[in-house]
Design a protein around this ligand. Structure first.
Ligand code: HEM
Length: 164
């Protein structure tokens, strides 16, 4: 019971702090020496991982509806670029701002987790070592703060109290 109360208090305070927190960088370099890039099999390895990620997304009824087939080549290229920058492959991410591109989509935490699961499957299929998988996922995890839809307080207030 005590733990439940502490958790409730913490989450009550966490909400406003969360809203004010600075947004994470779109592509933080986590392996400046390129060791992580090598563990992924370099640029070709990243292309294979992203190709398989897309195959998984396109077969995933939970989230495939979000993606436009016509945009697939561009989005794939941007994902490769972003992963290449993060893993220390020396690329510079030139795509759109992560927050702006996902903002209007209404992505939930469950959608985010589904995509991460599809990415994990594609990394495992491509024999990316487990530790390297975790390094990339850890770099991407903070993105859920900008990608997952959070109603603005004024929107929530305008809906009125529950049941009215
Ligand atoms: C860590 C997780 C994610 C990363 C790193 C990521 C990255 C990206 C990137 C780099 C782009 C292309 C930006 C550009 O056009 O310049 C993009 C677009 C897009 N993302 Fe994400 N994203 C993530 C999560 C998600 C999730 C969870 C969804 C939905 C389930 C999603 C749906 C989309 C859609 C629909 C587009 C627009 C292009 C299209 O229709 O293919 N993303 N994302």
């Amino acid at each position: 019971m005590k733990i439940l109360i502490i958790a409730a208090v913490l989450s009550a305070f966490a909400a406003p702090a969360f809203a004010d927190a600075p947004k994470p960088p779109d592509a933080p370099v986590v392996s400046p020496d390129g060791a992580l890039f090598k563990a992924f099999g370099g640029h070709d390895g990243l292309v294979r991982v992203v190709d398989d990620l897309y195959a998984n997304i396109n077969a995933d009824d939970r989230i495939k509806g979000f993606f436009e087939p016509a945009k697939e080549p561009h989005t794939k290229a941007m994902l490769v670029e972003q992963f290449c920058q993060i893993t220390g492959g020396g690329c510079v991410y030139s795509g759109k701002d992560m927050e702006k591109v996902h903002r209007e989509m209404g992505i939930t935490r469950a959608d985010f987790d589904a995509l991460v699961e599809d990415l994990q499957k594609s990394m495992t299929k491509n024999h990316v070592p487990f530790a390297a998988q975790n390094q990339l996922l850890a770099a991407l995890a903070p993105q859920n703060r900008t990608i997952v839809y959070h109603p603005r307080p004024e929107d929530a207030a305008s809906q009125g109290p529950v049941g009215k």
